[in-house]
Design a protein around this ligand. Structure first.
Ligand SMILES: O=P(O)(O)OC[C@H]1O[C@](O)(CO)[C@@H](O)[C@@H]1O
Length: 430
């Protein structure tokens, strides 16, 4: 994996950073790295996430899911970091096992999925660190009833990934369900390289050792200089640009298989860095498609965005047939991969020509190793950004208000937040 910072330098973009600025920033990176290393060595909450490549036990994960012989599908019932990491892995890699995610409570979508499944050959993986998340538990109760209605012994097709306490742990113990622990000290958005993200990947037959090997490769690159660590280079430069007004970061992978990665990145970046009025808003984009929908804004809209362009340098390819159609001969005999690369490089240069900062991230292939590298590097980038911004990267207190309001609206307790919902200001136009 490599990161190319060329187009964020002040020689390439307005609001860019000078090499002198990067050198000064590097001394702050050294301090932040030392703080991170102390946190890792002490297994401190959050920093522990960066120890996962060495701490996660792939054999324990494989053993736990080995009981489910030859499933046709796996449904992960979870939300946020309890679903997005697994989804990123399974939707980036090919498998004979269909992987689905119930990470919302849209009744039509839940019903449509359950109606489509052969529940007798489906594995259900219920994932919740807290074991109390309303959406996850509600969906599990619906799935359990659907399995019972289908004459399927739900306890025989279900395993649970959860903390040591909470409703889900109680349920697992009550019904003697197979379960996997969630790692202590690792917030959900940082847990993809643990049981939380790797169990579904293992059920789908993916090489979870290679995922961890890729992550370990990026772990080995963490250093006291951003010039020696792709992860720290990306995180530090993202921070420096946010300080210069680039308060949005468009994550734009040029690979359909990385579309869900952008969703995972969005939670990681938003929930970690959106604190104390600070943060950098992650935008989800996909190349080359969003050149035809969002590039106009990125290139000619407000000068408030960093664009992160991601691609694999090696991929399977499809030839474009020769053609005698006027004006299209230049495409004939080329390939879709060559066209995708040309679009990537043209978009990169187009942004630079308009003085719009952009970073290039390249992995070799979208395979288990490459995904492990990319995911670990983004987590480490997020951690160093949080240290430089001096925010508490590993908590998410702002999400609790809405949870209390929703629970109160459903009669789950007396919460003043629910009262506030009833007092909404109204100006209705029909
Ligand atoms: O794994 P849990 O405890 O169900 O939480 C799911 C998600 O909800 C959040 O706690 C936010 O509400 C995320 O940080 C987390 O990934």
């Amino acid at each position: 994996m490599q990161v190319d910072l060329g187009n964020v330098l002040d020689t390439a973009s307005v609001h860019g950073v000078s090499r002198d600025t990067l050198e000064r920033l590097d001394s702050r990176v050294a301090d932040a790295h030392n703080r991170i290393e102390r946190g890792r060595e002490a297994n401190e909450h959050g920093y522990e996430a960066l120890n996962l490549p060495r701490r996660t036990d792939p054999d324990a994960i494989r053993d736990a899911v080995s009981r489910f012989d030859d499933p046709s599908a796996v449904v992960t019932v979870g939300i946020g970091g309890s679903a997005l990491g697994a989804a990123t892995l399974t939707e980036s890699l090919e498998s004979d096992v269909d992987a689905y995610y119930l990470d919302n409570v849209d009744p039509e979508a839940v019903e449509r999925l359950l109606d489509s499944l052969d529940l007798a050959s489906t594995v259900v993986n219920v994932v919740s660190r807290s074991g109390t998340t309303a959406e996850t538990l509600a969906n599990f109760l619906v799935v359990r009833e659907a399995m019972a209605d289908a004459g399927v012994d739900w306890a025989d097709r279900t395993f649970v990934t959860t903390g040591e306490e909470g409703n889900l742990r109680d349920l697992a113990e009550k019904h003697d369900l197979p379960s996997l622990p969630v790692p202590d000290g690792v917030p959900g958005r940082f847990s993809v390289l643990s049981t939380v993200g790797l169990a579904a990947a293992a059920i789908c037959g993916h090489d979870i050792d290679a995922i961890l090997d890729g992550a370990a490769a990026q772990e080995s690159r963490l250093s006291d200089s951003l010039f020696d660590s792709p992860a720290y280079a990306y995180g530090a430069v993202s921070y420096a640009l946010a300080e210069r007004g680039m308060r949005q970061n468009a994550m734009m992978p040029y690979a359909e298989s990385l579309e869900t990665f952008s969703e995972w990145f969005a939670q990681l970046w938003a929930e970690s860095l959106g604190k104390d009025g600070l943060g950098q808003t992650p935008l989800r984009a996909l190349g080359a498609t969003d050149q035809h929908s969002q590039l106009q804004l990125y290139r000619a809209g407000p000068r408030d965005k960093l664009v992160t362009l991601v691609r694999a340098t090696d991929r399977d390819d499809v030839s474009i047939p020769e053609t005698d159609l006027d004006g299209l001969a230049y495409l004939g005999g080329s390939s879709l991969g060559e066209l995708l690369d040309a679009e990537f490089e043209a978009t990169e240069a187009s942004l630079a020509a308009a003085g719009r900062p952009n970073v290039r991230i390249e992995i070799d292939r979208v395979d288990e190793y490459g995904l492990g590298e990319l995911l670990y590097a983004m987590e480490a980038a997020c951690v160093i950004y949080g240290e430089l911004a001096n925010v508490d990267t590993f908590v998410q207190p702002a999400v609790e208000w809405g949870k209390r309001a929703a629970r109160g609206l459903l009669g789950g307790g007396d919460f003043e937040e629910a009262d506030a919902v009833a007092e909404k200001e109204r100006l209705v136009v029909e």
